[in-house]
Design a binder for this molecule. Structure first.
Ligand code: NAD
Length: 260
């Protein structure tokens, strides 16, 4: 049998699981947004694959301690592709899944806001690593639209501080070394435990605690499907693993046409 029909068979099987499922929980990572032009971190063209030193700079401790790192971060945010990227077929398929009443929750590690932009409802979305469209003061916790702070950077303030308390500002995202928001990660684990089908999409599943959602769902009886070009540590507990491009796969299994 050729490779192609076998892949179509796997997709048809997963699609049947989606049809039968009542509480699909989807966990997405950076890989769902590469087809929108936003690079991932650990894929073949990932930001950290190409520049391993960038991973070390991405910690909260370095950001707090070093104005040069903050200035470099603000310059990077000015150019961040999330501000111009458009949702792709993968994001659209998850909107279709929600409209069909199948989506119990969408847990995302992404900070790009593309699930909301595509049309998934805020009530279904759990952004465990925050969102780059918002800026936060690390001192007083005041939040505001990112574009307002970026306007200050464009006007020449290369390390903007909070206008209320003078504290250090950052994107409202979780950096390495920064605590997750307890209610948000707790909710992610709660919905994962309720899933009857878990789709883990575009993630190396290396970032904890969110990666734990996958074995948690499995141990509570869910079928697990992993859609990722590279192997993950949970491939062994998955009921199906698909390595084809995410947009095409999600369109096929969430209600779209099967590829010929
Ligand atoms: P990761 O970079 O560790 O892994 C992404 C995976 O997706 C890789 O294994 C890659 O092979 C796969 N992939 C990429 N494009 C694919 C495609 N079209 N089809 C199939 N597979 C594809 O990503 P992660 O596990 O999400 O961890 C990175 C962390 O960095 C996350 O916690 C996230 O917060 C953050 N991040 C977010 C964005 C974003 O918001 N778009 C981008 C980069 C990093």
């Amino acid at each position: 049998m050729s490779e192609r029909p076998r892949q179509a068979d796997i997709l048809a099987t997963i699609r049947a699981w989606v049809e039968r499922a009542q509480r699909v929980v989807v966990l997405t990572g950076a890989g769902i947004s590469t087809e929108s032009g936003i690079p991932d971190f650990r894929g073949p063209n990932g930001v950290w694959t190409r520049n391993p030193a960038a991973e070390k700079l991405a910690t909260l401790q370095n950001y707090l301690a070093d104005a040069d790192i903050r200035k470099a971060s603000w310059r990077g945010r000015l150019e961040h592709p999330a501000f111009t990227a458009r949702p792709n077929a993968g994001h659209a398929a998850l909107v279709a899944l929600e409209r069909r009443g199948k989506l119990h929750a969408l847990i995302t590690q992404n900070i790009d806001g593309l699930h909301l932009r595509a049309g998934n409802s805020p009530a279904k979305l759990i952004e465990v690593h925050g969102n780059v469209h918002s800026a936060i003061c690390l001192e007083c916790g005041r939040k505001g639209p990112m574009q307002q702070t970026l306007d200050r950077v464009r006007r020449g303030d290369d390390d903007p501080h909070c206008e209320q308390c003078g504290g250090i500002l950052k994107s409202d995202t979780i950096s390495f070394g920064q605590a997750l928001v307890p209610e948000v990660i707790d909710r992610a684990m709660e919905v994962a435990a309720q899933a009857d089908l878990m789709l883990a999409v575009g993630s190396t599943l290396q970032v904890y605690p969110v990666a734990h959602a996958v074995p948690l769902a499995k141990s509570n009886g869910a079928k697990v499907v992993i859609v990722n070009a590279q192997p993950t540590q949970f491939d062994g507990i998955a009921d199906a693993v698909v390595r084809e491009p995410i947009g095409q796969v999600l369109a096929a299994i969430c209600g779209g046409e099967l590829p010929a």
